[in-house]
Design a protein around this ligand. Structure first.
Ligand SMILES: [Zn+2]
Ligand SMILES: [Zn+2]
Length: 339
């Protein structure tokens, strides 16, 4: 099975936090947090149109400028999602520059800020000198507060968030593929059908939950010719497709270990294929971790174990442990294994 998401940390574990998730075949990516992102090439950065911010502490937001600079001259819409204060912080960032010559630029930024009872939305357009255009807040209920709430729904996947206590609200995120579509290439081959971009359309139709009787015309590329052919979705699915459980990734940073945060994180990350969790401190400095509203490696391992995830990846190590990265990983993995 070929997983749909390929994910990796933007920096090494002592660097700024950030998770890059590529949606294969779709030329599309999601980026969690905007710390220093220089290791991402402009091409990769441009692919990430959806940006999820945990909170706007500097190590999670300083990379906003690089994204802005690379996207500026392109016909692009960037969508930012995050906790209360995001709109004000984006406004502040944009006010730090002069914008008198960008009115022909097609960049647009949509910023969504999630409060317990409402969602706020602001639009920033280069053509308007990035003056914020705010819409009236939309009422919504994220009750009960322990339950993750959706911040982005796409036919293929959902991104959910929980608001965690970092002395300010800090969002943890989970990305869940609705279901996984496996195409059986041998069976396609046996039926004389080529692989190609038409299969991407098939997947899209399935994720959009079109009925079995849905008919579509696909362009098939054979070795020396191309052909338009009509198919029925249900037939293609029954003959060539296996539907399996979708992939799940979770991302949690900058959070204190307490009962409420634990309940929310366990709920958010439950059953994740990969759980990316911060581990700034070793357990021997748990007092310091608590004071600074951060986790220890052992706590990250316990959370991963309780959430029954398949794989734990720890990162966001404090520079005080330079040279001791392996010790942090060992402590987290031991707690994850339950030893
Ligand atoms: Zn941080
Ligand atoms: Zn922080």
């Amino acid at each position: 099975m070929n997983p749909s998401f390929s994910s990796y940390l933007v920096n090494e574990p002592f660097g700024d936090p950030g998770l890059y998730v590529e949606i294969r075949w779709a030329r599309r990516a999601l980026l969690f947090d905007l710390g220093d992102n220089t290791p991402l090439s402009p091409t990769r950065l441009l692919r990430a149109g959806d940006l999820f911010i945990s909170h706007q502490h500097m190590d999670h937001f300083i990379g906003f400028d690089r994204v802005l600079r690379i996207a500026l001259g392109r016909g692009k819409t960037l969508r930012l999602f995050g906790p209360p204060g995001l709109i004000a912080n984006v406004t502040g960032k944009l006010r730090g520059y002069t914008w008198n010559l960008v009115d022909g630029y097609p960049l647009t930024m949509e910023v969504r800020e999630f409060h317990p009872q409402e969602t706020r939305f602001a639009l920033f357009r280069a053509s308007e000198g990035f003056q914020p255009e705010e819409s009236p807040p939309q009422a919504c209920s994220h009750q009960p507060p322990t339950v993750p709430f959706p911040v982005l729904k796409d036919p293929m996947f959902t991104v959910q968030a929980v608001s965690l206590n970092h002395r300010i609200p800090c969002f943890g995120y989970a990305l869940q593929e609705q279901f996984h579509v496996n195409v059986n290439k041998e069976r396609l081959h046996a039926a004389g059908l080529p692989v190609g971009s038409w299969l991407k359309e098939v997947k899209q139709h399935l994720w959009e939950e079109r009925p079995d009787g849905f008919r579509f015309t696909a362009t098939l590329y054979f070795e020396h010719r191309r052909e338009e052919r009509e198919f029925m979705l249900g037939e293609i699915r029954d003959r060539f497709v296996t539907i399996t459980r979708g992939q799940k990734l979770a991302y949690v940073v900058d959070v204190r270990y307490d009962e409420e945060n634990e309940a929310k994180i366990v709920e958010l990350a439950r059953g994740a294929d990969v759980f990316y969790c911060e581990s700034p401190y070793l357990e021997r400095d748990s007092e310091k971790a608590r004071e600074r509203y951060h986790l220890t490696a052992r706590q990250a391992g316990i959370l991963a174990r309780k959430a029954d995830v398949r794989q734990l990846v720890v990162f966001h190590f404090s520079p005080r442990y330079t040279g001791l990265g392996n010790e942090i990983v060992r402590e987290a993995m031991e707690a994850f294994a339950g030893s």
